[in-house]
Design a protein around this ligand. Structure first.
Ligand SMILES: Cc1cc2nc3c(=O)[nH]c(=O)nc-3n(C[C@H](O)[C@H](O)[C@H](O)COP(=O)(O)O)c2cc1C
Length: 210
């Protein structure tokens, strides 16, 4: 893969029990295999330690991912493209990811969030539990950034298998009993590749017309 116009991609996510984390890893791998420089980053936890300790899967996942760097505004400034991931919370974005977005006001005020590529992914416990509303709510912020929303759409056969043109997604079941499957992994890898390809094209186009 040519190093020319290599895109910097930040995959920035929140996950309590590991589903969105697994999607983030497949998306990061897809982007990396398509030639991007990738940072896989989690956002800071906001829940009290005693609450997390009382939910074993949450405590286990927190301990298992302590080594993953915590996202900062500098990571967003570095990135040519940002792919955000969040579990669905009451049909909306998790507060932990929203809090991170709310730390980006300084970059926004300088126009530094604009003209980047953005995309997103999510998970729910229920089939009609709000994946689309969550992704669309997240994309609202991108309009305020002046970013370029690049959804996967139905631009690859895998999208007709997972059926979600707004972003990679997975349904976990009520107790989280349905593991991330090959369809979600293929969809995530495709989204990572697509964002890398689109971002490289944008960088090349800018260079050609500068
Ligand atoms: C406070 C809260 C609200 C939730 N709201 C929804 C919801 O609106 N729809 C849904 O299907 N699942 C909902 N869930 C389930 C989560 O979306 C699901 O557990 C999550 O996608 C798993 O992701 P994770 O393993 O990365 O944490 C909710 C879970 C919590 C804790």
């Amino acid at each position: 893969m040519s190093e020319a116009f290599k895109p910097n991609i930040a995959v920035v996510y929140y996950s309590s029990t590991g589903t969105v984390h697994q999607l983030a890893e497949t998306i990061a791998t897809g982007a990396s295999e398509a030639g991007a420089e990738v940072r896989l980053l989690r956002v800071a936890e906001l829940a009290p330690k005693e609450v997390i300790a009382n939910v074993q899967p949450w405590a286990d996942h927190t301990a298992a991912t302590e080594h993953i760097p915590v996202a900062t505004p500098e990571d967003i400034n570095w990135a040519d493209a940002v792919i955000f991931g969040t579990p669905t919370r009451f049909g909306n974005v998790a507060s932990q990811l929203k809090q991170f977005l709310d730390t980006l006001g300084g970059l926004w005020a300088q126009g530094l969030l604009a003209d980047k590529v953005y995309s997103a992914f999510t998970s729910t416990s229920q089939l009609h539990g709000g994946q689309e509303s969550t992704l669309l709510a997240l994309y609202n912020s991108i309009y305020h950034f002046g970013g370029f929303v690049v959804p996967p759409g139905f631009t690859d056969p895998v999208k007709f298998a997972d059926g979600n043109p707004y972003g990679t997604s997975h349904v976990t079941g009520a107790q989280g009993e349905i593991p991330v499957d090959s369809t979600a992994r293929a969809s995530g890898a495709f989204q990572g590749r697509r964002i890398a390809d689109v971002t490289r094209t944008l960088k090349a186009g800018r260079a050609a017309t500068a």
